[in-house]
Each structure stands twice: as C-alpha cells, then as structure tokens.
Design a binder for this molecule. Sequence first.
Ligand SMILES: Nc1nc2c(ncn2[C@@H]2O[C@H](COP(=O)(O)OP(=O)(O)OP(=O)(O)O)[C@@H](O)[C@H]2O)c(=O)[nH]1
Ligand SMILES: [Mg+2]
Length: 538
Amino acid sequence: MKKTYGNTAGLKANQIKRLENFYRRRIPPEFLLTLELAREICRLSREIRRQIGILVNRRGKVCFVIVGDNKKIVIPDTGEYRADPGRLKGLRCIHTHLTPETLSEDDLTDLALLRLDMMAVISSNPEGLPQKIHVAHIMPKKSRKNPYQLLTPLNPGNLNIDCLALIQALEDELARVSSGHEAGSNTERALLVSASSGTKRQAKESLAELRDLVRSSGLEIVGSVTQQRKKSDSRILIGPGKLQDLAILALQEAATVIIFDQELNPSQIRSITDRIELKVIDRSQLILDIFAQRAQSREGKLQVELAQLKYLLPRLVVKNTAMSRLTGGIGGRGPGETKLEINRRRAREKIAGLEKAVFSVTKHRQQQKAKRYKKGLRVISIVGYTNAGKSTLLNTLTKSNVAAESRLFATLDPSSRRLRFPRDIEVIITDTVGFIKDLPNDLMVAFRATLEELEDADLLLHIIDISNPRYEEQIKSVEKILADLNLQNTATIRVLNKMDRVSPQTSTRLSQKLKGIAISARSKVTLLPLIEEMEKRI
Ligand SMILES: Nc1nc2c(ncn2[C@@H]2O[C@H](COP(=O)(O)OP(=O)(O)OP(=O)(O)O)[C@@H](O)[C@H]2O)c(=O)[nH]1
Ligand SMILES: [Mg+2]
C-alpha cells in the first residue's frame, strides 16, 4: 500500500488506513471524482481537521494522497511525472477546504507552477457533507489578464463533466496555439527573464544583448518577461506573481528552458526550480554554453570544460532536481557535444585533471611564444567586444580568412597572422576572443592563459562597433576587462568600425569624441589611415 504524503503526525491508525485506502479507488474517465470518494474525503477531512488532497491521473487512478493542515496542503515532488514542454502534467488535484471558500490564490499558483490538468476544491458543511465543487484549469490562449478558466461550480451529485475529453481538448488547444513547435523537434524554446534592479533603459539594453546571445546559441526565443525590482528578492529574484505569469507563459509557448539575464546563485536556482518545473539557466551559463559549442582547439575545449565544471560544482545540490533537468541540450552541453558530468565527486576529480591538462598545454604554448620572441617580431593584438569586427579586420588586413560571422563569440581560439607594412616592417597580428559585459568569472579565469598573450602585445587595436547602440557601454566593458588584465597602460588605438553603417557626420563626430580612427573593416581602402597610425606607433 502506498504511503500518505504530508502531515500525518498524530493521526490514529484507522485514519491513516482510511487515507491509504484512497489509493484503491478508481474514478471513471469522464468523472472528475465519484460522489462516494468525495463524501469520504470530506468526512475524514472534517474529522482530522486538516485539508486532504488527492492527485489523480488521466486513467482515474489516485497517485498521491496528501494531508495538509487546516489551511493548506503541500503538493509533494511529482518530478517523475511527465513534464513535456507545452503539455500538462497528466495529474489533477482535488482537495478539501475546511471553510466554505472557492479556489485560493495558492491553489491557482500551484495549478500554474505544477501545470496540473485541473485544480478542484471541495468544501463541506459541518456534518461533513460535500458542498459545491470549484474547478479551474489553465487557459491555453494567451490572455495575460485571465490565464485561468473557472468552471461553473459543480454539484457533488453530478460529477460527470467529460473530464478526460475536456483535458485532452485543452492540451490539443495548447499544442495548436504554440504551433510552429513540432513535438520532438530538437530546437530548444527559450523564455527570457530579466529581473533588473538597474534603470529601465539598462534592463532593455541588457535584454537585447541576451536575445543576441540566445540566438547565437541557436535557440528559439518564444517570449520574454521583465520585472523592475527596487531590490532583487534574494530568494527567487522575481516576485511570486511574476513567477506565476512565467509558468503559464512557458506552458502556453511550450518553452523548454527559462533563461535569466541576471546571474543566479546556487540557492536561487534551487528555489526557482523547486517552484517551476522547467530547466532554468542564467546568462553566464548561456555564455559558457556558446563557448562550449564554439571551442575548436584542444586548449579552448579544455578551458571551457573547466569553466563549466567550476560553475556547476556549487550548483550541484543534494536534491538534484535543478541539475537533473540539465542533462541534455542547452546548459548541459560540454565542448564537442559530450554531456557534462554532473556528479559532484567526479566533477571534482575532473576539474583537477583538467587543470593539469590546461597547465601543460599552456606551457607548450609559452615555449612556442619564446621561439617567436627570438625572431624579434612585434605583436599587435586586436581586442574588442564580441561581434565588433575583429576577425573581419584581421582578414582584410592580411588577406586571410578567419571565420567572421554575425553571431556572438564567432572566434574563440586566437589566431595570428603576419602583416607586412608598406615600409617593409613585419609584425604579428593576432585576433582574440571577444569580450562581453559581466564575463562569467570562471570563464575569465579559464581564458586567462589565452588572454595573457595580450601582455606581449606591443600595441592593442580596440575595435568598437559604432553602429551598435550599446557601443558606449561596450567600450567601458572592454576597458574594464583590459584593466583587470593589467593592460591599461599598453599602447592602444581605438578603431571605430562599421562606419559604413552610420552617417559620415556621426562617424566624424565620434572619431573626435572617442579619439579614434573610423574604418569599415570590410573595405580595404578605409583602412589606410589606420595602417599609417599602426606603423607610426610600432
Ligand atoms: N557593415 C559592416 N559589417 C561589418 C564590418 N566589419 C564586420 N562586420 C560584420 O560584423 C559581423 C561580426 O564580425 P566578426 O569579424 O566576426 O566580429 P568579431 O569581433 O571577430 O566577433 P567575435 O569573434 O564573435 O568576437 C560579421 O557579420 C561581419 O561581416 C563593417 O565594417 N561593416
Ligand atoms: Mg572573431
């Protein structure tokens, strides 16, 4: 016999037995509940003065019996039940209230967060006889104001509501509304969340960047939710009402992952995934994931995997629901499509191994560098925000073809080329990984070795995409990272790229304001002033 969940302390043996007996009951598929079962639940609930709830699957089987206190029940972890994107849970909850009242706010929250088929409440009169039954389900259509449908209250004598057909119609409608989503398709559907404590404008710009990141990562964006917070709620970052909106939107849009623009600490991830049954990742994890997809060289792969494991380790909690949802797809992808190892002990061992490996690769590279140094070649390094046009500039300058793409973090592995100036000086010019604001610390540490190459640069070209509305913030982020790397005193030329995308006036004005040289990295002729300046400085 299955055990009863919840607060059974102090119940008599026969009461526990009666509770356990509910597991034996079968409800015909068209019925919400049988009258007999309704009566027994109400009688017992009165007797023990606690709420009683049952979770019933679509075949009419009682799968969970729960006892609460006089005000609420707590639904146990139903994790092993299906939670396919855009589908309901396959379980409905029917529970008692001791005072005659309809569905409470908490009931509706549970309905949404747990994606229950339905939520029903029975109240009883003092004799323990069931009164009207209130039932709600989620609305499949996007109506932000009224995401729930309340059925006309049911008489306990008439509980044939064609229950199974109703639930199936609901699910069909959900599937239809979120069409475009093919069942079984591999593209993840992301719902973005920004809970910013900055200004509205900052939040908007940051979310725009998150969109670019998500697209670069190959996910589909199905919606976004924003909340402006004075002080972020340390537990779940967003308010309970917003979390509820989020759960319903995720269901309506068949989202498979929720991505926060803000970094979530381990306990926040846990609190959120305790409440909402969906994979939840943050911006840092998204960036790590993009890096994992892009890493080509052995060194790059090792560094990314190290960063991922270090990031995940403190988030591998005892109760493993948050992470067990992370086993596939975004957030669970290691470089080269290997699944991330998500066992704590093995993660630690692996980190130690990776650190050794990174060390030896780095050493090898330093030896190579020493050789180059002997030849006495000067080094120019191209740095800048991701997607600013660094690789394009390298290509145009040296007629090579390093992959340049309109996605963030196209380049991960540094590449070096020789460049001969008109006056016959030869230098080495290197392209580097792009920078981004709030670069995850673990990544920064992991890429330190790569970035330390920049120490050897005799000259830095800081590429700025002046056609990007966020260029000012991007300059600040890049300069901050350069300062972190102790490079603030290295000779630097500011290169204002993509001048072809702004008016000539703007480009002239910005050249003066930012004290830089405007170019269009795609067109060789625009590079002459830059080449001259480089030659002068070298
Ligand atoms: N219109 C215009 N587009 C440019 C220019 N320079 C680069 N681009 C485009 O901007 C996009 C990004 O260029 P990349 O050279 O890959 O940028 P990156 O700085 O190397 O980016 P990451 O490697 O991702 O950090 C590509 O689609 C380029 O074609 C330019 O001068 N004008
Ligand atoms: Mg690049």
